[in-house]
Design a protein around this ligand. Structure first.
Ligand SMILES: *[C@@H]1O[C@H](CO)[C@@H](O)[C@H](O)[C@H]1NC(C)=O
Ligand SMILES: *[C@@H]1O[C@H](CO)[C@@H](O)[C@H](O)[C@H]1NC(C)=O
Length: 377
């Protein structure tokens, strides 16, 4: 309930407060008179006396004062005057309401959260569109003079992208300063490789998500091929530089002898294959038609390769005689082996030594040696 006036009945004393009975039997004065008067009116927080009225001290019967709405409040309706009658102020009819600051002035890319309303004391929150950041107060309040603070929404931009050594920016936004979500792409000059992130992104905090990449010279380590030899060995190999391999003697190269230092390392390296092995393999594949001419060592290997399982070339073999010769060869080899083993055993027994691993080893060694002793075939 709005307290409009405080009703206090005051009788003001006019004249002398005390009178004296004199020696002549008369009073020295007439008694004072008491009249109705109002005290200064008491108003709610929303109202004040006008300047004129607030200067007055006496509010005798019938006097009027004017009231107005306090700072930040506005008159809604009702009379702004009250009258003192018989020591009582008349009811205040004026109705004041809180000032309404209304919607704040619009500004580009800016909106307000006005859930709290726009009346005096209300707080509103400015919100910027995506890609913009707020400059100014994060809240504005409706005050008697209007909205407090001032705000602006500014475009989020990142610093000018930095140029890199030995490389360049190959993708960038049209604008001088990249905006949020803009991508900067880097590429290294030929002969250099990119270390780091190829592209960087301007984030909503005005920073890039990564530092720019670095371009470093492409270099290859000294290449190595087993059983191979480098011609003109260098301490370092730059992009597109070449290295040339030879195989050690007795080895044959498969692949190109010339390799190139590429961005991700050397191009395909050659391999050096033992010459005899390679030849034998070929020989075996072509039903060993030339094995007789390849010499003793190749015969050894040829034998070993052919030992496991008889080759399925018998039915339509063009040279049955040769096959028979090979089988005879094997048979002869086995017989020789057997004989040697028998001799060795006999020898060991006669010497009275034990049948230990040593003996076995000897046997194996002999077995291995045997075929090479069969050259005369
Ligand atoms: C590449 O970017 C990611 C973020 O996208 C970052 O976490 C990383 O650290 C960056 N790498 C380098 C080498 O800067
Ligand atoms: C690479 O080799 C060249 C000569 O071939 C030399 O001038 C250069 O300093 C070398 N670079 C490095 C990093 O070793």
């Amino acid at each position: 309930m709005l307290l409009s006036t405080l009703v206090i009945l005051v009788f003001k004393l006019i004249g002398n407060k005390s009178i004296l009975c004199q020696d002549d039997g008369e009073y020295n004065s007439v008694p004072p008179e008491c009249t109705h008067e109002c005290s200064k009116p008491t108003l709610t927080d929303m109202m004040v006396l006008t300047d004129d009225s607030s200067l007055k001290n006496d509010f005798p019967d019938g006097s009027k004062v004017t009231i107005e709405c306090a700072y930040g409040f506005e008159a809604d309706h009702g009379s702004d005057t009250i009258t003192c009658t018989g020591g009582t102020w008349s009811d205040v009819e004026l109705v004041c309401k809180k000032k309404d600051c209304g919607s704040p002035p619009t500004s580009p890319n800016l909106m307000y959260n006005m859930a709290d309303g726009t009346l005096l004391g209300a707080l509103i929150q400015p919100v910027c569109d995506e890609g913009y950041y707020l400059q100014g107060s994060s809240y504005r309040q409706c005050l008697p003079f209007g909205w407090s603070g001032n705000v602006e929404c500014l475009l989020i931009t990142c610093d000018k992208p930095t140029e890199i050594l030995n490389g360049m920016i190959t993708k960038r936004p049209d604008s001088e300063l990249p905006k949020m979500d803009d991508v900067i792409e880097y590429t290294c000059n030929p002969g250099f490789k990119l270390i780091g992130n190829k592209s960087i992104l301007c984030q909503d905090d005005g920073e890039y998500n990564s530092v720019p990449p670095v371009c470093t010279p492409i270099e290859c380590q000294v290449p190595h091929v087993q059983f191979g030899v480098l011609k003109e060995k260098k301490s370092n190999y730059t992009h597109k530089s070449e290295a040339v391999f030879q195989c050690q003697s007795g080895y044959i190269m498969e692949g190109s002898p010339r390799i190139v230092c590429e961005e991700h390392g050397w191009s395909t390296l050659p391999v050096c294959i033992k010459e005899s092995y390679r030849t034998t393999k070929k020989v075996t594949a072509t039903t060993a038609s030339t094995s007789t001419s390849t010499g003793s060592s190749s015969t050894t290997l040829g034998l070993k390769e052919m030992m496991p399982g008889p080759p399925p070339n018998s039915p339509d073999s063009p040279d049955l005689g040769y096959t028979l010769a090979v089988i005879g060869c094997i048979f002869f080899a086995l017989v020789v082996c057997f004989c040697i083993v028998a001799i060795v055993r006999h020898h060991i027994k006669r010497k009275g030594s034990y049948d230990t691993g040593e003996a076995l080893k000897t046997k194996e060694e002999l077995l291995l040696k045997t075929p090479s002793n069969l050259t005369p075939i």
